[in-house]
Design a binder for this molecule. Structure first.
Ligand code: FE
Length: 244
């Protein structure tokens, strides 16, 4: 019988390649001359992935100013902190998903988990949106939404409610678990991958995601995200890969 940790690791690793190459790492080889002990050892430096669109592309719904801070400062800080925290540890050469799996549920690695998960979550979030997004999904994804939520309106209601009712900082998600679509919410850096769920869509509901544009009106931000920003093609690709 595999341990819970082994199951978790397998789940995360299996999902590692999903969602359009979310893991942004650059490998650098240390030359043998740099170290007499580690010949040709490799280190993985996590990098801030490029945005899938220009920082102005989601205006007026999400401003370039929000991207300046949310992507340029917050997301970048998670990447920088992660690299500092894993430097010189056995996690230094791991992929982002491997770091998430290895640090989840380990109290001694909570700082590493928080930063690694936030790097992953934010990249997933940028890809969950697109200019002129929103509308409705089509095909098998829409059929599955209708099957599991009753109708598309019910899904939108549940997703908005998850985002609005997440107390404090966190995330709203559409996930696939046990062959069923579900809406969930997680606090802080927590994420579905470490709970055996496959994430298909996320909405950041930390205040830094909406405060510049919406101040305290989180429900307005959530409604706009649903109506104008969701990248349903991205969700459909994740769904298709998860169902294989
Ligand atoms: Fe955020």
């Amino acid at each position: 019988m595999p341990t819970r940790r082994e199951v978790l690791k397998t789940t995360v690793l299996a999902l590692g390649g999903m969602a359009l190459g979310l893991s942004a790492c650059s490998e650098t080889k240390k030359s043998a001359s740099n170290s007499s002990k580690t010949n040709q050892s490799q280190t993985m430096t996590h990098t801030l992935p490029e945005l899938p669109y220009a920082p102005t592309a989601l205006e007026p719904h999400i401003s370039a100013k929000t991207f300046e801070f949310h992507y340029g400062k917050h997301h970048k800080a998670y990447v920088d902190n992660l690299n500092k925290l894993i430097a010189g540890t056995d996690l230094e050469n791991k992929t982002l998903e491997e770091v998430v799996a290895a640090s989840a549920k380990d109290a001694s690695k909570v700082g590493i988990f928080n930063n690694a998960a936030q790097v992953w979550n934010h990249t997933f979030y940028w890809n969950s949106m697109k200019p002129n997004g929103g509308g409705e999904p089509t095909g098998k994804l829409m059929d599955k939404i209708k099957e599991d939520f009753g109708d598309f309106g019910k899904f939108k209601e549940e997703f908005k409610n998850a985002g609005v009712t997440q107390f404090g900082s966190g995330w709203a998600w559409l996930v696939l678990e046990g062959g069923k679509l579900k809406v969930t919410k997680t606090p802080n850096a927590d994420m579905p991958l470490v709970h055996g769920q496959t994430p298909l869509l996320t909405m950041d509901v930390w205040e830094h995601a909406y405060y510049i544009d919406y101040q305290n009106r989180r429900p307005d931000y959530a409604q706009t995200f649903i109506d104008k920003l969701i990248n349903w093609e991205f969700v459909a690709k994740n769904f298709e890969m998860a169902m294989k």
